[in-house]
Ligand binder design. Structure first.
Ligand SMILES: Cc1cc2nc3c(=O)[nH]c(=O)nc-3n(C[C@H](O)[C@H](O)[C@H](O)COP(=O)(O)O)c2cc1C
Length: 455
């Protein structure tokens, strides 16, 4: 049974001794960032700050901070997670629209003031307070197909926000389309949900995918939705807090800087604004925070399972030889991709690399290895790089491909749509059909019982 809401998931984390309750008053200015960074570094528990200073709403953090929490969210384990997720992707389930939902137990239409919520100022060089864990709901202004994604939102006034919607993500595409057609554009920020909804935001699916169907498939049960009060969107009925927004794409302000998932700040630049037209929330709501920065943190955990499943699903029809895909956190879960194949013919690894380099996650490094290499173990991958590669023959560089999202080596001043870079393919498979030295083998070592040495 999937979790109904964030509260049920927190209960499960608590049962797994993976939740910390903090009664001490905590400062949302920088202190929350320090605690989260510490917890991430120790692969520690999720946390509920029950008394954030200046707000009577508790702040929850680190709910997506470790692989074990991701497995708990999907109610799976290391052995079954990929099969479970791939099956969920293939089994879309329509959402159910309800008349009433807990997320609208309280409706605020006047005197909107975001400062009643514990919205952290995470690191000293950030441009302001940021919503980092809200699920952004929007619709394609032409087709009406809903999209859910996670985007950073900077608070710029009691009822005003600015945001980063990269032009190659669906929210950015929806925004650009509305602007081009001169249509109004709306969004809803959903804070605190069943964790599978947060992971759903990170699947790479075609733009005409109704993400509520995908979420239903992944949960194994339909998502229950309610209509928003002031915008033409639907949101999960059991969400903790919902901010309904009208976007003003004509009015731009300086948004940023912000510490990003690459581990580097992105500088401030002009971005559109949004006005909060309604706040709805549950009784005794919970709020959600998330710190980004150098891997590994919650951004990377949120992305890894969905990106790997999407990437595998993208390659597999053309290359049944693909056995495993890893998109490790150290590369921000985008820049570095490792693929294991069972080669069928000479040159196949190169074809797989070219297909991988064309994927929308825009990898900078693609390494293909034989399927005896454990792609999740970078030591094993480095062994293949060290001993299976003839650099002159097996490494190639492709020039002028779209640069990866927010890559710090790319000139910041160029518009996001104009950023180009080169990408590297490395064929680290053993030469197909040619002899290769025999692998050192020690038959029987795995079953050897060391205890017998003491007998
Ligand atoms: C915590 C978190 C924060 C993110 N912030 C942003 C952001 O500010 N802007 C952006 O364009 N993408 C951001 N992303 C990436 C998108 O949410 C993600 O790539 C999503 O899959 C977009 O999907 P799409 O390309 O299918 O629309 C963030 C991801 C995570 C996990």
């Amino acid at each position: 049974m999937p979790y109904k809401d964030l509260r049920e998931y927190l209960k499960a984390l608590e049962e797994h001794h993976d939740l910390l309750r903090v009664k001490k008053p905590i400062d949302t200015y920088l202190e929350v960032g320090k605690v989260l960074r510490k917890l991430y570094s120790q692969e520690g528990p999720a946390v509920i700050f029950e008394n954030p200073i200046g707000s009577d709403v508790p702040l929850v953090g680190a709910v997506y901070s470790t692989r074990s929490k991701a497995l708990l969210a999907f109610e799976s384990d290391e052995e079954h997670i990929m099969d479970k997720v791939l099956a969920g992707m293939k089994r879309p389930l329509a959402p159910v629209l309800k008349d009433k939902g807990e997320c609208q137990e309280n409706v605020i239409l006047d005197n909107i003031d975001l400062s009643r919520f514990p919205i952290p100022f995470y690191t000293p060089k950030d441009g302001g307070r940021y919503l980092t864990a809200a699920i952004t709901v929007s619709k394609d202004p032409e087709t009406g197909v809903p999209d859910i994604g996670i985007y950073r939102w900077q608070v710029i006034g009691p009822d005003r926000l600015s945001f980063l919607a990269q032009p190659f993500h669906r929210f950015g595409k929806n925004l650009a389309k509305a602007k081009k057609l001169g249509l109004p554009f709306e969004a809803a920020l959903v804070i605190g949900t069943d964790p599978v909804l947060a992971y759903t935001t990170q699947f790479k699916v075609p733009d005409n995918t109704n993400d509520w169907f995908l979420a239903g498939g992944l949960r194994g049960e339909p998502v229950e939705l309610v209509k928003c009060k002031t915008v033409d969107l639907e949101v999960p009925a059991t969400a903790e807090v919902v901010l309904e927004l009208k976007i003003n794409y004509e009015e731009e302000v300086m948004e940023g800087p912000f510490g990003e998932y690459t581990g580097y700040y992105t500088p401030a630049s002009l971005k559109p604004t949004a006005r909060v037209t309604a706040i709805t929330h549950r009784d005794n709501p919970l709020f959600l925070g998330l710190l980004t920065g150098k891997p590994v943190n919650e951004v990377h955990i949120l992305k890894q399972i969905p990106f790997e499943a999407s990437f595998y699903d993208f390659l597999k029809p053309q290359f049944p030889s693909v056995k495993k895909v890893a998109i490790p956190p150290c590369g921000g879960v985008s820049f570095y991709v490792v693929i294991a194949i069972q080669q069928r013919y000479a040159g196949e690894a190169r074809q797989v690399i070219m297909a991988a380099l064309s994927h929308t996650i825009r990898p900078k490094w693609v390494v293909v290895v034989d399927d005896d290499i454990n792609v999740q173990d970078l030591n094993d991958v480095n062994w293949a790089l060290s001993f299976h590669v003839r650099p002159k023959d097996d490494i190639f560089i492709i020039d002028n491909v779209p640069a990866g999202p927010l890559d710090p080596v790319v000139r910041e001043s160029a518009q996001l749509t104009k950023r180009l870079l080169s990408a590297v393919g490395i064929d680290a498979t053993r030469p197909f059909g040619e002899g290769f030295p025999a692998l050192v083998e020690v038959p029987g070592w795995e079953d050897y019982d060391l205890n017998q040495l003491n007998k």
